[in-house]
Design a protein around this ligand. Structure first.
Ligand SMILES: [Zn+2]
Length: 314
């Protein structure tokens, strides 16, 4: 069993060398072997909008890998929030593509296997055929440009966000080389049935039908964390077993039994919200999850309460 598991590290042109060094040391001490570089607030061009930062430079990106000897780590990037494949406004799509272009460039510098990104906005109804067209065009363009990192749109956590697990798999299945990021906490928060063994197996079946080349060097991206769920789905991330009871032990048990741990890359997104008194962090949760996966423990039944959800997809 070759588990790839780690955490997110925020990166930008202005990242603090000292802070990041401490984080990498902690990652290494805990023998975590995957890192997702978060470029969430990075923007192209002028960065005079509060909260936005420029992308890291080529030198900075390559230095991160070399100075911290991260060559052995399975790396990926979480793209900026500003990328949207659901917009039908040509100007916004053009801006998304430019942002994606900068992201892919940085991801290749960071040896990243894929770019995870939120595919779109919060709307009651999305035009799936439109998103498929956009994603297909982006993928063809990515290949033409010779970017190595693959595209991996993420399962959204809010009921109205784009998109649920099966919609994303369906879209990705029509596009060469396109992956998805299966965030199990988002899937749970938006009403996906990941609370039963059957529901999880159905997802693995869909994955098997879509990607037959998953391996330790080409893994399906997955995210996990605790999560507070409200009526509209995701509210915010929290440490594991806090919040609304994400069924991570059940899901990881199924992955274990189905020999799936060699085929997925697990990134822990646990977070203590500002001003909260909760304890824990992504690194200790990733270690906990790994301990569970390498133990003989199996959890077959979900005993949590799925929160306030009164709707379920599939
Ligand atoms: Zn996520």
């Amino acid at each position: 069993m070759n588990i790839s598991i780690g955490v997110t590290v925020a990166t930008s042109r202005f990242f603090s060398q000292e802070k990041t060094l401490g984080l990498f040391e902690e990652i290494k001490t805990n023998r975590l072997n995957a890192i997702e570089f978060g470029l969430l607030n990075c923007v192209i061009g002028r960065t005079n909008i509060p909260g936005t930062v420029p992308f890291p430079s080529e030198k900075q990106s390559k230095d991160i890998i070399n100075q911290f000897s991260l060559q052995e780590c399975y790396t990926s990037v979480h793209g900026p929030y500003r990328i949207s494949a659901t917009s039908e406004d040509p100007k916004k799509l053009k801006y998304s593509k430019s942002t994606l272009s900068a992201t892919l460039k940085v991801t290749d510098w960071l040896n990243g296997h894929h770019v995870t990104f939120h595919a779109g906005s919060f709307k009651r109804k999305h035009n799936n055929a439109h998103v498929q067209k956009v994603m297909k065009e982006w993928e063809e363009w990515r290949q033409q440009k010779g970017f190595k990192a693959k595209l991996a749109p993420e399962v959204g956590g809010k009921y109205n966000s784009f998109a649920d697990f099966f919609t994303l798999v369906e879209i990705a299945s029509t596009i060469d080389n396109c992956l998805i990021t299966w965030d199990i906490s988002h899937d749970f928060a938006r009403g996906g049935i990941v609370t039963t063994e059957d529901g999880v197996l159905k997802r693995l079946e869909a994955i098997d039908q879509t990607w037959n080349d998953l391996s330790p060097i080409n893994r399906l991206p997955m995210h996990f964390s605790g999560m507070v769920v409200g009526k509209a789905g995701e509210k915010h991330h929290v440490p594991l077993d806090k919040g609304t009871g994400v069924p991570w032990k059940l899901i990881f048990s199924v992955l274990k039994e189905q020999n799936y741990l060699d085929k997925v890359n697990l990134i822990c997104e646990s977070k203590v919200p500002k001003k909260s008194k909760l304890k824990g962090n992504a690194i200790t949760d990733a270690v906990r999850a790994r301990e569970f996966m390498t133990s003989d423990q199996l959890v077959k039944e979900y005993k949590g309460k799925p929160g306030h959800l009164d709707y379920y997809f599939s």
